[in-house]
Ligand binder design. Structure first.
Ligand code: FAD
Length: 461
């Protein structure tokens, strides 16, 4: 009997892990959306199907509905931000964080409308605002509303408020916890819609769910990490001020890791610390179990990380993200466009093509301030001998004898190097947000469809 792996008729399928096939990703994403919609609808389904409480009039009932909707959406946020890989897998962590941002605005808008309707049309039911005299359950509702409003304001204006990321993260967690606990206390205390077992079970489920996600995220996962530390085995300075840290696992390596993904990294800190930063794994899974992070010192933390000594202990939470050629098995070739340190996920994808002997053509357009600051330029040049890679360097400030592209990566540069043949290839973009926006517009003007453009921005909103 032939023991060799069965090849399917479609070579693209052989290149792609089962769980990354478009139909699997689509089905997985649809299942998550359906569960989320069901979660938000649950309080209403229980209300409609069970014995109905006496109506307080249209506006009263509507206002209660808004309050329940707000709470259901907020409860979902704990699952969305708990870095549960089952949830981030189909969409990518950046999309989940973006959805979290907009859903939180929506929930707070519903919550404020719930209060405003009661304030305008049923003022006596609200009683006094003074917490010393007010009913505790109504004060709990106001504490919840205040916490969530503060949470949105400190997140939207973090930079203007000069809040360091670490402080903001601690505050965000504290406000979310206080707000959610106060909101559940409000619902249970008011008791209007908690009069049956099904309704009480729902709120118990919500409470257990959000506490469960917090315990998993902040206790169980760090505990698991504490049993699987990594060690820095080298720190190599690259051009452009980038430092590549190579890490070796002492226990289990990364599981289900795909090129282009990232992880949250803690070095010389407790695994329970809230201070951790996301960095792309710049090598490919095939080159494991060691992994590498290439870090550009852009602020306090990244500057400290760049100086990490060999032997330092590290904790790695990952992998996350969907900026990967593994999602694009059907592609005939790739256009990759990087600005500065945005080369890291692209480098990882190129390493994977190289390790797999994948000969699909790649056009890499790589922008940098100057020739001396082009990180990995020798490594990339060497790769050209092993994979079908065309590199177009674009320099802001080229040397005198430079005969390549200069200035920014704009429509003229793209027109010169991309052809009709490349229009339907995936375009993978990574770099500063303004560069991504400008290049996306230019690509669309050239006729590249939106679904052929994928980007990774080094900032989670
Ligand atoms: C998915 C992803 C992949 C990344 N990959 C790389 C990479 O391969 N190489 C690289 O050099 N950089 C990468 N970054 C960027 C890197 O995470 C930031 O440069 C670093 O966190 C900045 O921290 P700092 O304290 O040095 O700088 P600061 O000046 O304190 O922060 C600069 C900005 O970085 C963001 N930031 C700061 N701390 C955090 C944090 N804990 N979590 C999330 N964002 C934070 C904030 O928006 C902040 O305004 C990546 C970012 C993301 C989101």
């Amino acid at each position: 009997m032939d023991a060799s792996p069965q090849k399917s008729a479609d070579p693209a399928k052989d290149r792609q892990p089962l769980h990354d096939r478009p139909t699997a990703v689509w089905a997985h994403g649809t299942a998550i959306l359906a569960i989320a919609i069901l979660g938000v609808a649950a309080p209403f389904i229980i209300l409609i199907t069970g014995p109905r409480p006496p109506s307080g009039g249209l506006i009263w009932d509507f206002s209660m509905g808004l309050g329940f909707g707000a709470l259901a959406i907020i409860a979902l946020q704990f699952a969305m931000t708990g870095r549960l890989r089952w949830i981030t897998h189909p969409f990518g962590a950046d999309i989940i964080y973006l959805a979290h941002r907009y859903m939180s605005w929506g929930a707070v808008a519903l919550m404020l409308s719930h209060f405003a309707l009661l304030y305008v049309f049923h003022q006596p039911a609200l009683g006094v605002l003074n917490p010393l005299e007010a009913r505790w359950e109504l004060t709990a509702g106001r504490v919840a509303m205040g916490s969530f409003v503060l949470l949105i304001v400190t997140s939207e204006f973090r930079k203007r408020l000069h809040l360091r990321h670490e402080w903001w993260r601690g505050l965000h967690l504290a406000l979310a916890l206080a707000g959610m606990a106060a909101a559940v206390a409000h619902v249970l205390g008011v008791g209007n819609l908690t009069d049956t077992n099904a309704k009480r079970l729902l709120w118990l489920g919500v409470t257990v769910g959000f506490i469960g996600v917090l315990v998993y995220t902040h206790v169980l996962r760090p505990w698991w990490q504490s049993r699987n530390p990594w060690h820095v085995v080298s720190n190599t300075a690259q051009r452009g001020g980038v430092h590549t840290l190579e890490l070796a696992p002492t226990g289990r390596g990364l599981h289900h890791w795909k090129p282009g993904q990232f992880a949250w990294l803690k070095i010389e800190r407790s695994p329970y610390s809230l201070i951790e930063h996301p960095f792309t794994i710049s090598t490919a899974p095939e080159k494991g179990p060691n992994i590498a992070f290439s870090i550009k010192p852009l602020g306090d933390h990244s500057s400290d990380l760049a100086k990490t000594p060999v032997g330092a202990r590290a904790y790695v939470d990952g992998p996350y993200g969907a900026f990967s050629i593994d999602r694009m098995a059907e592609a005939d070739g790739f256009v990759m466009i990087a600005g500065g340190v945005g080369i890291t996920p692209i480098l990882s994808n190129l390493h994977a093509l190289e390790a797999r002997g994948d000969t699909r053509p790649v056009i890499l357009i790589y922008g940098n301030p100057s020739w001396d600051e082009v990180s990995f330029r020798d490594e990339l040049a060497a790769m050209q001998d092993r994979i079908d890679l065309t590199i177009v360097h674009v320099l802001d400030d080229p040397p005198d004898d430079w005969d390549g592209e200069s200035g920014h990566i704009d429509d003229a540069v793209l027109k010169r190097h991309l052809s009709d043949q490349t229009r339907d290839w995936p375009h993978l973009l990574c770099g500063p947000a303004p560069m991504i926006a400008a290049v996306t517009d230019a690509l669309q003007d050239l006729g590249v469809a939106e679904h052929h453009i994928d980007n990774e921005i080094f900032e989670l909103v």
